[in-house]
Design a protein around this ligand. Structure first.
Ligand code: FAD
Ligand code: 2HG
Ligand code: ZN
Length: 484
């Protein structure tokens, strides 16, 4: 694991930064700092001498200019929901933490251009709502949407549940404003669909996890709002049947599938056990389920019939065992609550060794079968919590500790100590299937070493060249993603 050795910045540097943002823009209060220093799953707990909250791009730029001059490393933080430890400062306390939460204005919305211009600290759910009020759709959607911020979404190139139809976060950006590691501002807030003037610079910062600059605002793509949406909770024979079902429903509904999520019975059981108010949408017990949405701009009601026809055909073909179609928006919400609660529910089931991987969609079933067998023979009783955005070939292959051992103390520590061994088994299978060891969560600190192992030397060298060129003093979120 790469650690950067630093000591807390001198007080003169901190005072200069404090003067830029004014009394409302910084804190050293341990009680306020505490949640910002703890990573989502509690895996990392960092330290900092200063949390700074600039209220404008100009303030971010002025702070970063001082950081560049004094060689003070800076960790950008959005909603702190990232799963790779990227937003948590290191334990040495030498970095300042820069939170974007006060940079939260919706600068413009242009329904005819199908765009909105939002500052980095806007909470994702708020932007979805603002788009809806303008009779438009902003399609980025994920379980953490009530807390995560658009700056964090763009910095991690977040995926979520509608990638199948609308793409990843990077596909939703037309223009970007970024504070560079020397404090200069890249002013790229253009709302153009066509702009072929050389390198697409914004793409460098999307998915860079704050290692090349601080995203301060973006021009985001909007879409027409669907007029009809149908949700189905379906039990399927096995993961292979789920993949065939996807192809069948895409074909049968005029490619109207917007979300297609697989989950195992283990996931459903954990949710039903730990999340109050959830209920199994189907009567019998099954091993595998799919939750899917189809949506269309029509209001004629034909979509539900088309979905029903596809599901009946899939039942006759033995792919689908049972299905429930949501009869109301409320029922659809209840089905989605099950899916969105898996991460939370899994927290109550002892240690978890997570893998966020992707393989070609056609290899999803083989991956699940092979990886499940491999880990079961390594740790008897290990519980694969297998779910994810299989329409994108993205599987969350999270491995919970065996049920029959204590989930605290030495047994928990012993289980988590096998992280590297289990990562190797799972990631080697992924690599053999030409997949990715991080489909959507990024690299951060957690997968820093894994990236070196699985990315080609040419790619790593190019990434390092970019890092050195843009951030020559290595002050932007050092020790995350790739070292210079
Ligand atoms: P943070 O966690 O604050 O930061 C993440 C990274 O981005 C850090 O490296 C940070 O330094 C950097 N960063 C933050 N803001 C900026 C900025 N303005 N400029 C430059 N760098 C910045 N992820 C998915 O992809 N798909 C999912 O379906 C999904 N579901 C989730 C469900 C739950 C319940 C949870 C807890 C997490 C989920 N995530 C998912 C992970 C997480 O929500 C996303 O990675 C999200 O995009 C992070 O946004 P954030 O604002 O919380 O960023
Ligand atoms: C999801 O799809 C998220 O719900 C979180 O990406 C996955 O908990 C996880 O590993
Ligand atoms: Zn996910």
């Amino acid at each position: 694991m790469a650690t950067v050795l630093h000591k807390p910045p001198p007080s003169a540097t901190l005072e200069r930064i404090q003067a830029i943002v004014g009394p409302k823009g910084w804190t050293t209060d341990p009680a306020i700092l505490a949640p910002h220093l703890l990573e989502e799953r509690g895996i990392y707990r960092g330290h900092t001498a200063l949390l700074v909250r600039p209220a404008s791009t100009a303030e971010v730029a002025a702070v970063v200019r001082i950081c560049a001059e004094t060689r003070t490393p800076v960790v950008p933080q959005g909603g702190n929901t990232g799963l790779m430890g990227g937003a948590t400062p290191f334990e040495h306390g030498g970095e300042i933490l820069l939170c974007l939460s006060r940079l939260n204005r919706l600068r413009a919305i242009d329904p005819l251009n199908y765009t909105m211009t939002a500052e980095a600290g806007c909470v994702l759910a708020g932007l979805q709502q603002a788009a809806e009020e303008a009779d438009r759709l902003f399609p980025l959607s994920l379980g953490a949407e009530g807390t995560c911020q658009i700056g964090g979404n763009l910095a991690t190139n977040a995926g979520g549940v509608q990638v199948l139809r609308y793409g990843m976060a990077r596909d939703l950006v037309l223009g970007l404003e970024v504070v560079l590691p020397d404090g200069n501002v890249l002013e790229g807030l253009r709302g153009l669909r066509k702009d072929n003037t050389g390198y697409d610079l914004k793409q460098l910062f999307l998915g860079a996890e704050g290692t090349l600059g601080i995203v301060t605002a973006a021009v985001l793509k909007l879409f027409p709002r669907p007029r009809e949406t149908e949700t189905a909770f379906v039990s399927v024979r096995d993961p292979g049947a789920a993949i065939k079902l996807l192809a069948q429903v895409r074909g049968g509904t005029g490619d109207a599938v917007t979300a297609f999520e697989l989950m195992s019975r283990t996931c459903l059981d954990m949710v039903l056990r730990h999340i109050p108010g959830t209920a199994d949408p189907l009567a019998g017990r099954h091993d595998w389920y799919v939750l899917l949405d189809v949506a269309s701009g029509d209001t004629g009601g034909g979509l539900r019939e088309a979905l029903e026809r596809s599901l009946v055909a899939a039942m006759e073909a033995g792919l689908v065992l049972d299905a429930a179609l949501a009869a109301s928006a409320q029922q659809s919400k209840a089905m989605w609550r099950i899916r969105d609660s898996i991460t939370e529910a899994q927290k109550s089931e002892g240690g978890s060794i997570k893998h966020d991987v992707s393989v070609p969609v056609s290899s999803v079933a083989d991956f699940i079968a092979e990886a499940s067998a491999a880990v079961a023979s390594t740790i008897p009783g290990i519980r694969p919590v297998t779910f994810g955005h299989v329409g994108d070939g993205n599987i969350h292959f999270n491995l919970s500790q065996p049920a029959d051992e204590p989930h605290t103390g030495a047994p928990l520590a012993a289980y988590l100590a096998r992280l590297e061994e289990i990562n190797r088994i799972v990631h080697d299978i992924v690599a053999r299937m030409q997949g990715s060891i991080s489909a959507e969560h990024g690299i951060g600190r957690r997968k820093f070493d894994e990236l070196l192992r699985y990315k080609s030397p040419v790619e790593i060298a190019l990434m390092r060249t970019l890092k050195r060129t843009l951030d020559p003093h290595n002050i932007m979120n050092p020790g995350k993603v790739v070292a210079p």
